[in-house]
Design a protein around this ligand. Structure first.
Ligand SMILES: *[C@@H]1O[C@H](CO)[C@@H](O)[C@H](O)[C@H]1NC(C)=O
Length: 490
């Protein structure tokens, strides 16, 4: 009871991640841990299978006595016709079930209300993923100020916001026609195909509409980026949305020690990490190429073999992350019929989740072929690894433009159309992969300059999250804003 009274003096934030994808869940869990370290009591809403994925983090938080509580709401699999244990998009193989999956998420308002109703007083702030439009009415019902968490960078969010609010695509007939992004600080050209916006399928129209409305009624926005990386675009978003925008990233940099870095991902990654580290320790600085396309996009066997042929021809050490579902018999056969043997002295294939932050932050890694998911990009930026960009879907095409054209720390593979499920055979030829890797990693004036810029952003990223840095200060300001709000309203 004493303990409870102490806790109830603390400001209390409730965090509602989008319980659909690792890329949305992990940053929110990290934000929860940081808030708890900063003296906030945190309740993080989660479902059982998702809690299982982040078990190491939950265990560490308990051991460290952090005031963070993981509130498990039961996920209505059965009611919505979803297979058991299926709490995340990457565990759904039948895309026909996506709508049902989101309906299940959107039905979490009832159990969330039950949880909030059980509290002695309403939390001081709710941080909710942009795609969780359903939390708006819940927060209003309990009078809780609500802040949106946006997964991507401001460069993307502002692009999307300006395209939507100027209704640019209403008059477009060809989805591959280039348009200029209105009210944007630089001239940026995109196609509708490259920037469909989130939840943008006729199937999700109602949810999308609700999310856009709830963005406008939010009390502020929190973003995993840092001012020194994209100040122009942070300011642009702040201006167009007319709200406070707190930049608090790179969130991945707050996890300083090895176990936290590992624990951010799926628990199976822990077993991999020591093996990977041992392997990396024997390599020269900046010599290793790392290839991963995140946790969602699918790469077909032909395309995998095309990448493999490039890796073989390159004669460089590499770590290649391949998903379990991508390991079709033909791929396995191809690997064991010679590829593995011919690259055994310099290649490491990781099947399943790779301990990405452990890999990227090792000094042996000198290049990264990435799908341009914002978390991956920010991780690479944080540790100064230049990139080869191969966007697959969602925000990734716009993110690529920030990396390649604005920050100039990446080499593009030139993919122009979405390829989430990689249904169209080979998108990128082995020779193109090989050339891009040579351009990135084989030295020369441009490569050296690119690497220097990468290192420079890495230094700035680290400074941003240190005490007194811009992200650290924004975090402080963010907490105060809602704590003082609490004081005012009492
Ligand atoms: C975030 O930090 C920057 C730099 O210190 C500051 O200019 C800005 O006002 C802060 N943003 C908020 C919303 O407090």
């Amino acid at each position: 009871m004493t303990c409870f009274r102490e806790e109830s003096n603390k400001p209390h934030f409730v965090l509602v991640p989008l319980l659909a994808a690792q890329g949305h869940l992990i940053p929110m869990v990290d934000i929860g841990c940081i808030l708890a370290e900063r003296g906030v009591r945190v309740s993080l809403i989660i479902t059982p299978a998702n809690a299982d994925r982040i078990k190491p983090t939950i265990k560490r938080a308990k051991e460290a006595n952090l005031a963070i509580e993981f509130v498990e709401l039961s996920f209505p699999n059965v009611k919505f016709g979803l297979p058991p244990g299926c709490d995340s998009i990457d565990s759904i193989t039948d895309r026909g079930l996506y709508r049902a999956f989101f309906e299940a998420i959107y039905s979490l308002d009832e159990p969330l209300e039950a949880f909030l109703g059980s509290l002695e007083r309403p939390p001081d702030c709710m941080i909710t993923d942009m795609c969780n439009g359903w939390t708006g009415p819940v927060a209003r019902k309990f009078g809780i100020p609500r802040v949106i968490f946006h997964g991507p960078c401001c460069f993307y969010i502002s692009t999307d916001y300006n395209l939507v609010h100027h209704k640019v695509y209403d008059s477009i007939t060809d989805e591959n026609e280039y348009v200029i992004v209105p009210e944007f600080p630089i001239k940026l050209q995109v196609t509708k195909n490259q920037t469909p916006g989130f939840l943008n399928s006729p199937l999700f129209e109602d949810m999308r509409k609700q999310c856009l409305e709830e963005e406008l009624t939010a009390d502020g926005v929190v973003i995993n980026t840092f001012l020194e990386l994209e100040q122009l675009f942070v300011e642009n978003y702040e201006k167009v949305i007319g709200k406070k925008v707190w930049t608090i990233g790179p969130i991945c940099l707050y996890n300083k020690d090895f176990e936290m870095k590992v624990g951010r991902g799926n628990k199976e990654a822990i077993d991999q990490s020591h093996r990977v580290l041992t392997w990396l320790n024997s390599r020269d600085a900046a010599s290793v190429l790392y290839i991963s396309f995140g946790s969602l996009a699918y790469t077909n066997p032909q395309q995998l073999m095309e990448i493999g042929n490039a890796l073989e021809a390159l004669n460089k050490p590499f770590i290649w992350a391949i998903k379990k579902i991508e390991m079709k018999p033909e791929v396995e056969n191809w690997i064991s019929a010679g590829f593995e043997e011919r690259t055994k002295d310099r290649g490491l294939i990781i099947v399943g989740w790779a301990p990405q932050m452990v890999i990227l932050s090792h000094q042996a890694v000198g290049g990264f072929i990435t799908h341009c998911g914002w978390n991956s990009l920010l991780e690479a930026i944080s540790v100064g690894v230049p990139m080869i960009t191969w966007p697959r879907f969602a925000d990734q095409f716009v993110n690529e433009k920030l990396i390649v054209d604005v920050l100039r720390i990446g080499v593009s593979l030139g993919v122009k159309v979405p390829n989430f499920a990689n249904e169209d055979g080979v998108m990128v030829k082995s020779d193109d992969v090989r050339e891009a890797v040579c351009a990135l990693m084989d030295g020369g004036f441009e490569a050296d300059e690119r690497r220097e810029r990468s290192n420079d952003f890495s230094d700035k990223a680290k400074k941003a999250v240190e005490e007194g840095g811009s992200s650290y200060m924004n975090f402080t300001d963010f907490i105060h804003y809602f704590t003082e709000h609490q004081a005012r309203s009492k």
